[in-house]
Design a protein around this ligand. Structure first.
Ligand code: ADP
Ligand code: TZD
Length: 607
């Protein structure tokens, strides 16, 4: 295998007669010249495909690549690093892709994931599709094999028609065949990822492209700095008026904030809209912290009640998908009469996707919220106190009940006692970023761990996908330099666990807490057949995930009590050292599929 790689890499890297130099043309750092080694040859200032790609990204303020090297992109990673880009190299492409997606969500710049052909590309594809589903901007750039051979299916190394495969799974897909088109290709990828509803874009760069050279000055001129990549979309005044009229007439209004609202970075206006209208609000999981979860108007602790009772619901960057029971049924007390919805979204086709939307407001969230705010003056009547009072009463009752549960210190720990420790740590360090996946670990953490600042919570998102953990954690640490607390079910952690090496290699301030209850959902299932195999959801008992972190030089802690967990977590956040805490959780704790038990065919049939 290694000889194949060597031969192939040799044939796909730069011509032996050419050696890269870092010499800038006319003092301009954007263009690197390549000059022939032969002394008597005339000095032709040329630039190759590698450097055109790097320069095009840098020109657009993209300074980080998440990827995994190999044919034909190894040199691209080396050269990008040499040219001052941060190159974060992963152990599996899916996690590099997840990192790119999370970076896109956090920064409003497309995260870049770089993969090798066919298998590497396929490994990155899940992340690309997930990014598109979540409306996160990212670009999967993959090297690919030779078009002529791929198209005739003549059996090239890692042969695959990647463009065709990527197309249905992302927002847009492009291939660049000529060095002079690299600037356009990257500009189109950036614009596609960021404009309108953000999403994943695939950019196919065949191996041959990288070694192509062109005149350096023309090369530089071919690059495009994308102007206004996510143009504001101003809502129509009549749409704003319709929405305000509906909101004004509401007796039991509710605002629902989704991760689109978090992505939009319109934090001050969103807060002003909530506070000036006095309307209670519910954050979807990744919108937590847009206003602090402890805010008086948060209705999170009375969620079921407000969803059932509200008469007018203003959705801001949240879709009425399965996470909101499609806007109908018992959750929304449909039998008591339909709700009226106002929906702010940048995608007009989202409107009426599940139920009728009485007042669509189409535009970017910043512009739409500002426009609504413009219609809210001192005379605005806040919601009736019967409504806000009833919510407050339920909230108080539920929060008091929760406080008792959180104060308990059972042995072994359960989800609540372990999460109460994390809840306190996040309160003390509200700038920390929480990454969260699992089933019970996810559901409980979402409701127990309060968030205080926008875009501090990253989780399994729209698909409820396992495996985002370490990729998201790496991205959060790399792009924000803030401490990261990854709250992981033991099954969930396994999907990306090998990236602890990546975390140690880059010495990232990440503390992983594995909620170890010996299995998927819990550790007590039995094999009904009586054979020696354990049940499909059961793992090795009493595993020590902390040792995995120690293997790479990080800090591993086995925590069997809330006190041990608290000490280890506090130290990890303060020291910023890569840490993995194996939190031993009662293996009988946890329910099948967490809170989405009803989606299991067997459970649903029993109903
Ligand atoms: P959640 O899962 O938190 O409910 P969703 O992912 O379902 O959120 O919804 C996010 C919505 O936000 C999508 O419909 C998307 O089109 C929209 N969106 C994303 N960014 C913006 C923006 N800048 N302006 C307006 N809408 C946006
Ligand atoms: N594979 C992928 C990619 N995504 C998924 N969501 C699943 C499988 C199915 N799945 C869930 O929906 S949650 C989960 C799986 C495997 C793991 C739950 O176990 P856990 O968490 O140990 O991570 P808890 O807290 O013990 O429930």
């Amino acid at each position: 295998m290694s000889s194949v790689r060597t031969d192939k890499e040799a044939s796909t890297t730069l011509d032996d007669a050419l050696k890269p130099t870092s010499r800038a043309v006319d003092g301009d750092a954007v263009v690197r010249a390549l000059k022939p080694v032969a002394d008597d040859a005339p000095e032709a200032e040329t630039i190759d495909g590698f450097h055109l790609v790097i320069d095009a990204l840098k020109l657009n303020d993209i300074d980080t690549i998440f990827g995994l090297p190999g044919i034909p992109i190894t040199d691209l990673t080396r050269m990008a690093q040499a040219e001052g880009m941060r190159v974060i190299s992963f152990r599996h492409e899916q996690h590099a892709g997840n990192a790119a997606a999370a970076a896109g969500f956090l920064t409003q710049k497309p995260g870049i994931c770089l993969t090798v052909s066919a298998p590497g590309f396929l490994n990155g594809l899940t992340a690309l599709a997930n990014a598109t589903t979540n409306c996160f901007p990212m670009i999967l750039i993959s090297g690919s094999s030779e078009r002529e051979i791929v198209d005739l299916q003549q059996g090239d190394y890692e042969e695959m028609d990647q463009l065709a495969i990527a197309k249905p799974l992302c927002k847009a897909a492009f291939r660049v065949l000529h060095a002079q088109d690299i600037g356009v290709g990257i500009a189109r990828a950036i614009r596609s990822a960021l404009s309108g509803r953000p999403g994943g874009v695939y950019l196919d760069l065949p191996a041959k492209l990288f070694a192509q050279t062109m005149d350096a000055v023309k090369g530089k001129a071919s690059l495009i700095k994308v102007v206004d990549p996510a143009p504001r979309q101003i809502p129509a005044p009549d749409a704003v008026k319709r929405a305000l009229d509906l909101l004004k007439g509401a007796k039991k209004p509710l605002i629902l904030l989704g991760k689109g609202a978090a992505y939009a970075q319109a934090d001050a206006d969103i807060r002003a809209l909530v506070e000036k209208t006095g309307i209670p609000y519910l954050p979807m999981s990744m919108a937590k912290g847009l206003l602090p979860d402890t805010h008086a108007q948060s209705a999170a602790a009375a969620r079921s009640y407000v969803l059932q009772e509200a008469d007018v619901v203003l959705l801001i960057g949240a879709r009425l998908n399965w996470l909101l029971s499609h806007g109908k049924g018992k959750t929304w007390a449909e039998d008591k009469g339909a709700k009226q919805f106002i929906q702010i979204d940048i995608a007009p086709t989202e409107i009426d996707s599940n139920v009728a939307i009485a007042a669509p407001v189409i535009g970017d969230i910043g512009s739409c919220v500002a426009a609504l705010l413009g219609g809210i003056d001192a005379k605005w009547a806040k919601p009736p106190t019967e409504w806000t009072g009833a919510i407050a009463e339920r909230k108080d009752k539920n929060l008091s009940k929760m406080a008792v549960t959180l104060a308990a210190r059972p042995s072994p720990m359960n989800f609540h006692s372990a999460l109460s420790v994390i809840r306190d740590q996040v309160k003390a360090r509200p700038d920390a970023i929480v990454v969260n996946e699992g089933a019970n670990t996810l559901d409980f953490a979402r409701s127990i761990v309060d968030m205080y600042e926008p875009r501090k919570r990253l989780d399994v998102g729209t698909w409820g996908i396992m495996g985002i953990g370490m990729g998201f954690a790496v991205a959060a640490a790399v792009v924000t330099d803030k401490p990261v607390i990854a709250i992981e079910g033991d099954s969930a952690f396994g999907f990306s666990g090998m990236e602890v090496e990546t975390i140690c290699r880059y010495n990232l301030p990440i503390c992983i807490i594995v909620f170890n209850n010996n299995g998927v959902y819990r550790g007590t299932d039995v094999n009904a057949s009586g054979t020696a195999d354990v049940a499909p959801t059961v793992f090795v008992k009493n595993a020590r995930y902390d040792k995995l972190m120690e293997a790479f030089g990080g800090v591993g802690v086995n925590a069997t009590t809330a006190d041990e967990l608290q000490k280890a977590l506090t130290e990890a956040v303060a020291s910023r050292r890569p840490t993995l805490i194996n939190a031993v959780i009662d293996e009988t704790a946890g329910t099948e599929s967490g809170r989405i038990t009803s989606l299991n065919p067997a459970t649903a049939k029993k109903k």
